[in-house]
Design a protein around this ligand. Structure first.
Ligand code: SAM
Length: 232
């Protein structure tokens, strides 16, 4: 297991392993890693080459947790190639179990810091990106670890196509204000604001995540934000 935990990225994520994987899940993860995981060893990643068949678009999910949203979107959109990034090994293992069980073949994953993969992606290669319930890093001294940051938005703006959607959800009030402030000051994005009532309604094509379910059970409301990559 130590070999799976060994990664290069700097610390912007939480735990890599919450509990040891069951033998069957570990064996399955090792079996499917070569088939479904993305390597950045060769420099730039050609998304079209990751999948054995032609796909019309590519969507990215950063920090997919255990992959509920990613799996649902992949099943609902079989013509789209999904790229998931998640350094949490138990989460990736859960995703692989689900992919195998339901024969979902249009997902590839990167088991590391999303920023490493984003740096290796071609410009204007993505039609949509999701950052759902990112870690809020509550303490002020940890705010620099927040994944929604000016630097990461600049990389996203580069790899998103014109008019591409960026969807972000959070249940954390202070992080929500931070996200809106960072996106408003970034000249590459527009906010599809709508009526304030709508910010708390999850759109129908936006499957619920595990984290969001947990937040609901303890009475925390979530906010769903959709931004658009401005045409260049
Ligand atoms: C609070 S959890 C939310 C998980 C999932 N999106 C959900 O809503 O259930 C945040 C996730 O982001 C992942 N994460 C944090 N930093 C990351 C990074 N730099 N690249 C990729 N994933 C990251 C964490 O490992 C964690 O699984």
């Amino acid at each position: 297991m130590k070999d799976l935990e060994n990664i290069k990225g700097s610390r912007v994520y939480g735990r890599r392993l919450s509990k040891p994987l069951k033998k069957r899940s570990e064996t399955r993860l090792r079996e499917y890693l070569p088939k479904y995981s993305i390597s950045i060893e060769g420099g730039q990643v050609d998304l079209k080459k990751l999948f054995g068949h032609d796909l019309c678009e590519f969507w990215l999910e950063i920090g997919f947790g255990k992959g509920e949203h990613l799996i649902s979107q992949a099943k609902a959109n079989p013509d789209i190639g999904f790229i998931g990034c998640e350094p949490f090994i138990n989460g990736v293992s859960g995703l692989v179990d689900h992919m195998v069980r339901d024969d979902v073949t249009n997902i590839r994953f990167f088991m590391d810091d999303a920023r490493l993969l984003m740096d290796a992606m071609e410009k204007q290669s993505l039609s949509r990106a999701f950052i759902l319930f990112p870690d809020p890093w509550r303490k002020k001294k940890h705010h620099k670890r927040r994944i929604v940051s000016p630097g990461n938005l600049t990389i996203l703006a580069k790899i998103l196509k014109d008019d591409a959607q960026l969807r972000i959800a959070t249940d954390h009030h202070d992080y929500c204000r931070w996200i809106l402030a960072r996106l408003m000051e970034d000249t590459n994005f527009n906010w599809k604001d709508g009526h304030p009532d709508e910010w708390h309604k999850r759109p129908a094509d936006w499957p619920q995540t595990r984290y969001e379910k947990k937040a609901l059970t303890v009475g925390r409301k979530s906010t769903y934000l959709t931004f658009q990559r401005k045409p260049r």
